[in-house]
Every structure is written in C-alpha cells, then in structure tokens.
Design a protein around this ligand. Sequence first.
Ligand code: AMP
Length: 284
Amino acid sequence: MEIFEEIKPLRTFLAGKRNGGLSIGLVPTMGALHQGHLSLIEASMADNDLTVASIYINPTQFNNSSDLDNYPRTKEEDLKLLEQIGCNVLFMPSNAEMYAGTQNLKFDFGTLDKILEGKFRPGHFSGVALVVSKLFNIVCPNRAYFGQKDYQQYKVISRLNDELKFFVDLRSVPIVREKTGLALSSRNQRLSQEGKKNALLLVESLNYAKTEINRGGEFKKLKKEIEVRFQGVKEMKLEYLELADKHTLESMDQVAKPEDAILLIAAFVGEVRLIDNMMIREEV
Ligand code: AMP
C-alpha cells in the first residue's frame, strides 16, 4: 500500500494512474477502522482499479472539543487492516496539510443541515462538506463510498456533489452490525462492557418502532414508550428519535408510503454519543 501524508505527491501519483486509464474509488474515514469501514473499501475495490482510503480526524466537523480529543486513534491497527484487505493507497494528512492558510469556508444546506444531527451538532455538516470537498478535489475520484449509518451525511454530500458539480459517482453502503445488532462505530471502542449492553437500546428501539409501524402503530405513541425506556436506564440519554421521509429527511408522524420512511436515532451512552437508523421497509 502506498501511503501519502501530503497532497501534492498524492495528486501526482493519482494523475499518473488516471492518465493510465485507471478508475479511482475514494473511501473517506476518520480511522479506528472496523468492519463497517472495510465493507466500504471492499465495495470500492470491487468497482475500481485503485482504491484510496483516507484517515483524517477532521477538526472542523467536531462541535465539541472533548469529543475530538477522545476520538479513538488506532494508527498501527488501521495500517494492518488496510494492508490485509489490499487497499492500494492511504492518504493520512496532518491538520496543517488540510487547513493551513485557509479560512474554513462555511456551507449552508438550508433545512437539511439544521435538522436531526444538525440540530444537536451545529456546524457539523459544514465541516463535513468542507473536508469532503477538499478530498474530492485532491483525489478526483470516479466513485466515493459512504456508509448508510451516517444517512443524513450521505444526503448532505449528495447535495454538495450536485451543487458544486463534482460529478463523483456516490455510493451508499449498508450498515454493518455486530451479531447483537449494534451498529459498528469507532466510538463503540469507548464503551464499557455495561455501556455496550446499554447501547443495544438504540437498535432495539429502531426494531421495535419499525415492527410496530409496519403493524399500523402510531409513531407518537411508540416514541413516548421508547423515551420512557431510555429514562429507565441511568447512563442513557436519548437526543432524538424521528420518523422521516428518506428522500427529504422531513419528520413525519404517520407513514403514508412505508417504502419511503426511515427511523433515525441518536443517544448518549454515558459520554459516548451514538447514532443509528433503519428503513421501515428494508429487509434486515
Ligand atoms: P467515520 O470514520 O466514522 O467517519 O466513517 C467513515 C465512513 O464509514 C462513513 O461513510 C460512515 O458512514 C461509514 N461507516 C461507519 N460505520 C459504519 C457501519 N457500521 N456500517 C457501514 N458503514 C459505516
């Protein structure tokens, strides 16, 4: 695997590959890699001649400095996993390389970046859009791969891609879960054993709400029940549970078309904030 820490040599290397007719897939990550990340890399390797993974903990997308400080960093293990899977290129820039001499452009996606995650993490999606724009310009990928786990992020990046005419072919990859149902996340590394058990309340709530909605249950009532369940576990704090249109992410109380509806959840397990989501009509 070729490893680059600087933009210019990476661009020169990739230009050579592109001129040689090779297609390039990009998988942006913040490291602390797990099977979810690897599924994106596998998808990219299947579609492209060359896969570029990036590991960069982007400071502008963190609205909370302790979350940034405590974000897991597992460089050695990450390198091993990427080598094992056969990833071709790793880009792991410093903050200076990505941001020195720039003024942090701000993005505004209207309601899309103010609801759900945006409501609880102001500025988060502006930071995501900024770093993804930089990565798209640095790598010029044919395709880029993102997890369905960060569903709203995918919507924001789709808008970014359309509005700024990047013409990157965006791919959304299904959520990888543990056997227990817990969605894999780098942040899971920060959970205690007890915390990991408690964290199952997120996926259990989604499963419960999904089943009941498919049986004609009323979302408002289900949400109240779920809120009570969260209140019953000391270290858990529900930030939101919403039923939304999967295209616009507008909240709804009732499902008109089940195939268009998605449930999204965010909650704290102690200090660790987790998110998850589930389609109402997706086979699990
Ligand atoms: P992160 O390193 O958390 O920024 O995630 C990098 C990419 O991996 C994003 O596109 C995430 O949506 C994706 N990802 C994270 N967790 C999972 C998962 N459990 N299943 C699938 N994709 C994931």
